[in-house]
Design a protein around this ligand. Structure first.
Ligand SMILES: *[C@@H]1O[C@H](CO)[C@@H](O)[C@H](O)[C@H]1NC(C)=O
Ligand SMILES: *[C@@H]1O[C@H](CO)[C@@H](O)[C@H](O)[C@H]1NC(C)=O
Length: 454
């Protein structure tokens, strides 16, 4: 019985689609609003009194989930909300409106016996006397719910998009609730070798308006199970073409990568990895950069930030506010940790590294797992909790976010609202469809013509 009802509804809706005359799409906003509210004239025609700039300013203050409803109000609102200029402006302005509100995207594996990765958004207001942290889980589509699917790193936000690195690699816009698995790559290792580790980068190429994922793969010799030092293969995924291709640019000779970075470091259209070069037996830290626009690698020299006597960790971080990269240096061991923040003052001058500031020993911080702003970092605690540390705050510098991830699995990034769609043009037909459903009374059945479905 329910199937028959569903079928009927679907049939009626598809009939609607074909019966709507193209003329309707040109009806200005006030007329549609009038039809919808059936006679309540006083609510009609907001657009007549509000210039587009004012309307755009008001809508910029709403979260994405409300904007999706606004899209269905009328064609002129739909046009505004799908305008690339509005989308870019919304991202830049909306996310900086209420600096008292903090929003984090967190991935973690709460159970050590299972790979299942939870994705959550945590929010709090720094002025809330109760210090409450709100949290909700994002549920990926069911095709990602399997024992073997998991994620280990968050790369983002890049215009509000995030790459979840793992199996499979997924692009996500959490505010639009869009998930998109990347296709399998077809790059194979040379005979006698295998790839063991992937090091991913994610970014945006403004020249071609394309989102790109670059993956560097190291080479291991099958016979001896040894890494072939200094040899790499790199491939690149383009969202516009939805495919992978082998990169011709060579990774600068003799540069080794130290491992995936827990912090997404994307600055000046370049993604970065923390690595080293082996200078006749002495390992020297370097940063490897990949430029998303001209698809070339660059090796950035780093002075010795880490003391040679102490065992210290270094984590790359993006200091977007200054348009450059930096490094957080802290001891590997110890219950209390002090840390130093280094900055490359001028991104194009590798001689411009300076120690920006040092932080006195802090209890309960263990490892850097995320970046929020130039003075706000996320740490995992020694008992696998997630901790926020704000070097600038006067009172509450440290905040326990009350979430746990086993095996060091927690990662956090700033959560940003964004209308950038991963679906491209397909989404539009569905949106038109919603508009059509709002106004059944206005259908003029005599004028049936083809409804443009993009
Ligand atoms: C977590 O670590 C424990 C102990 O090292 C190990 O037995 C378990 O398999 C790990 N779990 C995951 C999901 O990696
Ligand atoms: C790529 O672009 C960067 C920055 O504009 C420039 O410094 C670099 O030389 C370019 N590399 C190549 C191979 O064109």
């Amino acid at each position: 019985m329910p199937t028959i009802t569903m079928f009927l509804i679907c049939f009626l809706l598809s009939l609607l689609l074909f019966l709507i005359p193209t003329k309707i799409m040109k009806i200005p906003c006030p007329t549609l609003t009038m039809l919808r509210v059936r006679g309540k004239q006083e609510m009609v025609g907001m657009e007549q009194y509000l210039p587009r700039e004012v309307l755009s300013n008001i809508l910029t203050r709403l979260p994405v989930k409300d904007l999706l409803k606004c899209k269905c109000v009328c064609m002129s609102w739909f046009d505004l909300l799908t305008d690339p200029h509005f989308i870019a402006n919304y991202y830049a302005v909306h996310n900086n409106l209420q600096s008292q509100e903090k929003h984090l995207l967190v991935i973690r594996r709460p159970f050590s016996s299972a790979l299942k990765t939870y994705i959550s958004v945590l929010s709090w207001n720094v002025n809330d006397p109760k210090k409450h942290v709100f949290s909700y889980d994002l549920n990926p589509p069911c095709e990602f719910n399997s024992k073997h699917k998991y994620w280990t790193e968050i790369l983002g936000p890049c215009n509000g998009l995030y790459l979840l690195e793992g199996n499979p690699n997924v692009l996500m816009n959490p505010s639009l609730r869009q998930f998109r698995a990347l296709p399998q790559s077809h790059v194979t290792s040379p005979i006698g070798f295998y790839f063991l580790t992937d090091y991913a980068g994610f970014g945006f190429d403004p020249k071609t308006s394309d989102y790109k994922v670059v993956v560097i793969k190291d080479l291991w010799l099958k016979e001896t199970d040894e890494r072939k030092l200094g040899y790499w293969t790199a491939e690149l995924f383009s969202l516009n073409s939805n495919s992978w291709r082998k990169l011709n640019a060579a990774v600068p000779f003799s540069t080794e990568i130290r491992g995936s970075s827990p912090v997404y470091t994307y600055v000046n259209n370049c993604c970065h990895w923390w690595g080293f070069v082996d200078e006749s037996g002495r390992k020297e830290d370097v940063v490897l950069a990949f430029n998303m626009v001209n698809e070339s690698f660059r090796k950035i020299k780093v002075p010795s930030l880490r003391s040679s006597s102490k065992d210290e960790s270094a984590t790359l971080a993006p200091f977007n506010e200054y348009g450059t990269i930096g490094v957080i240096v802290y001891p590997v061991r110890g219950k209390e940790k002090s840390f130093d923040v280094w900055l490359m003052k001028d991104y194009w001058d590798e001689g411009s590294w300076v120690k920006q500031y040092s932080v006195e020993p802090v209890e309960a911080i263990h490892k850097v797992v995320g970046y929020y702003g130039s003075n706000q970092f996320l740490w995992s605690s020694s008992n696998n909790g997630l901790v926020w540390y704000d070097c600038e705050a006067e009172l509450e510098r440290i905040k326990d976010l009350e979430v746990c991830g086993t095996n060091g699995s927690s990662r956090a990034a700033r959560y940003m609202e964004s209308l950038v769609s991963l679906k491209g043009r397909n989404e539009f037909s569905c949106q038109f469809f919603h508009v059509a459903r709002l106004i059944p009374n206005s259908i003029d059945q005599r004028e049936s013509s083809n409804f443009p479905i993009c």
